[in-house]
Each structure stands twice: as structure tokens, then as C-alpha cells.
Design a protein around this ligand. Structure first.
Ligand code: FAD
Length: 385
């Protein structure tokens, strides 16, 4: 395992055990199949149960609700190992844990926690998170999806776009405006009349993850399905903090997989009677890849310790997400070059990681939006509008 600065020395025995368990799981359940799943644009439904069994869903949620009761370093390590396998697989797990279980745990009633969390933790149910709309991506506060009170229930109308897991979900945490224009969290269940989840096809990225829309046409929502303890944009944004934190670790996994493949290939591939690893330009690529991976590993680890202490800021998480994903894309591009023509085939994981990362750099806040978050933090001047 690529660990140039001995970051594993900073981990506990429990962290190392969790990392190894997830690595074994990914090697057994994901790596042998992922290339075919991605080529076929196939989301394997069985993986949901398997993720539940191995503890990939909601690792930081307390055990009484079926979660792992683990810390944030453990969560980061789990995301990193899954994303060494595939960013689409990691997306499935991070949506379930950070974007569905987290808001139900953090803002839900006791009844909501009891009803949904154990089923989501075990993988009996798959969840999705509906924030983005066709006309409101980077600016989710403009959303049009809305709820209107009607007697003992609400009526939900609107549409969400680009929703990971949506075509396969049993439950959706949806953000909608009430009559007062305040954003509320709504738990929508498959089977409610007027609720549909059309799939989005023809993606060149995250092909083993299923993505779709959420369409609500006069969906009758019982009042007990509203998250009682949150109002406003800070609800969905706090969920995104948790998911982005996971991505800041996860993307490093994709980078490590590309780097390790490139190193191995460079040592084996002979040109001009020598392994290409003996050429200075190849060594420069490999040395820079490893340097950038190491810097990102250290940033993620430090962010994890801040998160465990309850001190990680949204802005720090933005910086780490942005840095890790850009780094991983650069590593994938360099790795692609080292593999020469072979780098474009499914014989190696490189192009799949690279195409996946083109989504990861856009979702959960685009690369430029995260830069503007850092800019606003250091200057005190928001430059969004
Ligand atoms: P836009 O907001 O239209 O942005 C287009 C470009 O304009 C970007 O480069 C952006 O950086 C730039 N831009 C926008 N505003 C500014 C500004 N003020 N200053 C400078 N530049 C600006 N959403 C969910 O709610 N749930 C999900 O599960 C989910 N899963 C996804 C899965 C995939 C595969 C993808 C691709 C997206 C997913 N998303 C999901 C949506 C994702 O979060 C949005 O795509 C993202 O927030 C960007 O929104 P947009 O695509 O509408 O782009």
C-alpha cells in the first residue's frame, strides 16, 4: 500500500483493521467485476446488502441505530478503500451514509431514526438525496420543489436531477421549500403515489453507479415524514460537509490505484531495451504523483482529526475535497500516459477512474465553487454573485 510518510503509524489498531477489512472486501467483491459493470453501465443490486454487511453504510452513526459507532478517520479509510475500487461504488456508500442516514440521524425524530436507520445501515433499503434541480445546481437555494400543507399532510411537487442511487432507491431525503420559502427535509418513500425515479442514461462517468431524476406530482406526504429539527439551506449543506469529507479521502484511493498500476506497468514495460521506469521523464511523473498523493493523505488525516474533535470547518472540508479530487485527476492523466496505448483499455483501471473523477470534481460542489468558498473565507468577500 502506498504510504510514503508512514501515515499508518498515525492510525490506531482498530483503524488498521477496518482498512484491511475494507481492502479485502473491495478485492473480493468489487475489483474482479468492476470493469464489466462499468463497461455495461450496470449497477449491481446485490452490492447494497454486501455494503451493509461489511459496515460501509453510516459508519459514524451510533450502533443502537445499526451504524458502526466509529470515528471520522475510520469513515475516511472506508471511503478511500472503496474508491480504490471505484468512485461509483464509493458514491453509493457515501450517499447512503452521509446524505441519507446522517440527516435522518441528525435532524430526524426518534421514530424516524428507528424506522429508517437500521434498514439503511443493513442495506435492506437504499436511499438517495435530492437537492439538485434541473435549473439549480451550484445555487440550490433557488430550488422550486415545494411542499404545501393540506390538513394532516403535505403535498410535494417538483423535480430533482442528477440524483445518485435514485432509480434503485426505496427512500429519498428530499429538500423542498414550504409556503414560507424555508427549506425543509422530506422523507419520500417508493410507492407513494405521484413519485417516480426515471434513470439518466448515456453517462461516460460513474457508469457502475445508478443516477436518475426524482419527480413529484402532487405526492401526499404524511406530516411525520418531515425532518423536524432543521430548517434552511444549512440542512442540506451540513450533509454535504459530511459527504465531501468522505470524498477528500476517497479520491485519494482512486489516485493510489492509478499510481500503483502506473508504477507496476513502468517496471514491466520494455522500450529501447529498458524498463520505461528507468527513463527520467517517467520517474518525474511517478515521483510527482507520489508527492501529491502524500500531501493529500496528510491533509485528509489532519482533517479527520479536526472532524473527530468537532473542529473541522466547512471551508477546510472544501479545500480538502477540491485538492484531493484535482490531485486524483492529475494522477490519473499522468498514469494514462505511462500506460501508453494500454492506458485507454479496460485491462487497466485508469480510464475508468479518470472518467469517474470527472463527475467527482463536479458533484458535491464544483471545483470552482470550492475555490470560491476558500476565497470568501480568506478575504471575507463572497464572490458567488
Ligand atoms: P452549474 O451549477 O450549472 O455549474 C456549471 C459551471 O458553472 C460549473 O463549472 C460551475 O463551477 C460554474 N459556476 C456556477 N456558479 C458559479 C459562480 N457563482 N461563479 C463561478 N462559476 C460558477 N445532486 C444531488 O442533489 N444529489 C445527488 O445524489 C447527486 N449526484 C450526482 C451524480 C452525478 C454523476 C453528477 C454529475 C451530479 C450529481 N449531483 C447530485 C448534482 C451535482 O451536485 C451538480 O451537478 C453540481 O452541484 C453542479 O451543478 P450543475 O451541474 O447544475 O452545474
Amino acid at each position: 500500500m502506498t504510504d510514503y510518510f508512514q501515515i499508518s503509524d498515525l492510525l490506531t489498531d482498530e483503524h488498521r483493521l477496518i482498512q484491511q477489512t475494507m481492502r479485502d472486501f473491495v478485492k473480493r467483491e468489487i475489483s474482479p467485476n468492476i470493469e464489466k459493470w462499468a463497461q455495461d453501465a450496470y449497477f449491481p443490486p446485490d452490492i447494497v446488502r454486501k455494503f451493509g454487511e461489511v459496515g460501509a453504510f453510516g459508519p459514524t452513526i451510533p450502533e443502537e441505530y445499526g451504524g458502526g459507532g466509529l470515528d471520522y478517520i475510520s469513515y475516511g479509510l472506508i471511503m478511500q478503500e472503496i474508491e480504490r475500487g471505484d468512485s461509483g461504488m464509493r458514491s453509493t456508500a457515501s450517499v447512503q451514509g452521509s446524505l441519507v442516514m446522517f440527516p435522518i440521524y441528525q435532524y430526524g425524530s426518534k421514530e424516524q431514526r428507528r424506522k429508517y436507520l437500521p434498514k439503511l445501515a443493513s442495506g435492506e433499503w437504499l436511499g438517495c438525496f435530492g437537492l439538485t434541480e434541473p435549473d439549480f445546481g451550484s445555487n440550490p437555494g433557488g430550488m422550486l420543489t415545494n411542499i404545501k400543507e393540506q390538513g394532516d399532510h403535505y403535498i410535494l411537487n417538483g423535480a430533482k436531477m442528477w440524483i445518485s442511487n435514485s432509480p434503485a432507491c426505496q427512500v429519498a431525503v428530499v429538500w423542498a421549500k414550504n409556503e414560507a420559502g424555508r427549506i425543509k427535509g422530506v422523507i419520500v418513500e417508493r410507492g407513494m403515489a405521484g413519485f417516480t425515479t426515471p434513470e439518466i442514461h448515456n453517462k461516460w462517468s460513474l457508469r457502475a453507479s445508478t443516477t436518475g431524476e426524482l419527480v413529484f406530482e402532487n405526492v401526499k406526504i404524511p406530516k411525520e415524514n418531515i425532518l423536524p429539527n432543521i430548517e434552511g439551506l444549512k440542512g442540506p449543506l451540513s450533509c454535504l460537509d459530511s459527504a465531501r469529507y468522505g470524498i477528500s479521502w476517497g479520491a485519494i484511493g482512486a489516485a493510489i490505484d492509478c499510481y500503483e498500476s502506473a508504477l507496476h506497468y513502468a517496471q514491466q514495460r520494455i522500450q529501447f531495451d529498458k524498463p520505461i521506469a528507468s527513463f527520467q521523464l517517467i520517474q518525474k511523473k511517478l515521483a510527482e504523483m507520489l508527492t501529491e498523493i502524500t500531501k493529500a493523505q496528510l491533509m485528509a488525516w489532519r482533517l479527520g482529526t479536526l472532524k473527530n474533535a468537532g473542529k473541522a470547518t466547512t471551508q477546510q472540508i472544501s479545500m480538502a475535497k477540491r485538492n484531493s479530487v484535482e490531485m486524483a485527476l492529475q494522477v490519473a492523466r499522468e498514469a494514462r500516459q505511462i500506460h501508453g496505448g494500454m492506458g485507454i483499455t479496460g485491462e487497466y483501471p485508469i480510464m475508468r477512474h479518470m472518467m469517474n473523477l470527472e463527475s467527482v470534481i463536479t458533484y458535491e460542489g464544483t471545483h470552482d465553487i470550492h475555490l470560491l468558498i476558500t476565497g470568501a473565507d480568506i478575504t471575507g468577500i463572497p464572490a458567488f454573485k
